[in-house]
Design a protein around this ligand. Structure first.
Ligand SMILES: NC(=O)c1ccc[n+]([C@@H]2O[C@H](COP(=O)([O-])OP(=O)(O)OC[C@H]3O[C@@H](n4cnc5c(N)ncnc54)[C@H](OP(=O)(O)O)[C@@H]3O)[C@@H](O)[C@H]2O)c1
Length: 293
């Protein structure tokens, strides 16, 4: 029985915890910032998963883990890493977050060989501290290597599909292209349907084109037409879909901006590529976020 510690039991952490508990093969522990009690109830598209993982908020109560899964927002990574030492110095650490800098983000806190970057595509929201709604299929992507295979094996037999790829860089940048355009609904505080507007659609294309250029410089394989398919995918979302940047801004929580549009700006600068659209979005959302708080 593997002991799996999930640091950051929010929407994604709880979905993964529920599916891991469902296998009956793992002892799942939730390392939380805010305590919560009661059964964990995750409503998946097919059925309700009910489990009772132990929730701890004190690092002194942590025990050695065989796997650590980090599912905090990227902006909480440094605090999340404070759990690593109490959970043991050997366990692989799966970084289940958005962005493209999974490894770089955690290198100050753990050696490279323990870090397992994972692309996460799981539409989910936390509706109460112990209750999460998983709105669609759960898809994770890890690198095709021993760590990736071991990570995938954790979810064997569940409805979480873990794919392995030889080119995780491209997979992460493709996801980032979607996320950078998602900043526009957060900016105008209107759900995804707003991207069907022609002018906002054109603004989304501009954000994604910058992301494509920087992604290519970082080694991702992305063609120019990808901007159009990203926009088509966003326009196909339910018009009332609220992305997490938008939800965080509405709730007055810090937004995961630095790992998304901020990464395009930062990495663009590294390659001498101008990213004025993403730069403007970051400046505006940071300002608006501060005003709200
Ligand atoms: N939700 C989605 O649909 C979705 C889809 C794809 C990708 N993602 C990505 O997945 C990652 C997680 O997103 P999410 O939506 O699950 O976020 P979330 O619902 O905000 O959950 C994050 C959780 O981390 C906890 N946390 C923060 N700092 C912590 C610490 N030091 N120790 C322990 N727990 C800590 C938070 O605690 P509090 O309860 O105190 O806030 C919260 O429960 C993000 O990178 C996001 O972009 C999310």
């Amino acid at each position: 029985m593997a002991h799996v510690a999930i640091v950051g039991p929010g929407a994604i952490g709880c979905v993964l915890a529920a599916w891991l508990a469902e296998t009956g093969r793992h002892r799942v522990k939730l390392c939380a910032r805010t305590p919560f009690e009661g059964e964990l109830r995750v409503e998946t598209p097919a059925r309700m998963l009910v489990s009772s993982p132990r929730v701890i908020t004190e690092r002194a109560h942590a025990e050695r883990a065989d796997w650590i899964l980090v599912a905090t927002k990227a902006s909480d990574s440094a605090a999340a890493a404070e759990w690593f030492a109490p959970l043991g110095a050997a366990a692989p650490i799966a970084i289940v977050q958005n962005g493209v800098e999974h490894v770089e983000r955690f290198l100050p806190f753990a050696p490279r060989e323990r870090l397992v970057p994972v692309m996460v595509h799981v539409p989910a929201e936390r509706v109460a501290p112990n209750r999460v709604r998983q709105r669609g299929p759960a898809r994770l992507v890890a690198a095709e290597n021993d760590d990736g295979r071991a990570f995938a094996a954790l979810f064997a037999g569940t409805e979480v599909r873990v794919e392995l790829t030889r080119d995780l860089t491209t997979v992460l940048w493709r996801k980032l292209c979607l996320n950078v355009a998602g900043a526009l609904p957060a900016l105008v505080l209107e759900p995804a349907g707003v991207l069907r507007d022609e002018a906002l659609g054109e603004a989304a294309r501009a954000l994604v084109r910058e992301c494509i250029a920087v992604g290519r410089a970082e080694g991702a394989v992305l063609d120019d037409e990808f901007a159009e398919s990203v926009l088509a995918e966003l326009r196909a979302l339910p018009t009332d879909n609220v992305n997490s940047l938008h939800a965080d801004r509405l709730a007055g929580r810090p937004m995961e901006l630095d790992a998304r549009n901020g990464a395009v700006v930062r990495l663009g600068r590294k390659h001498g590529l101008a990213t004025p659209c993403n730069q403007m979005v970051v400046a505006l959302l940071e300002r608006l976020g501060r005003q709200r708080r």
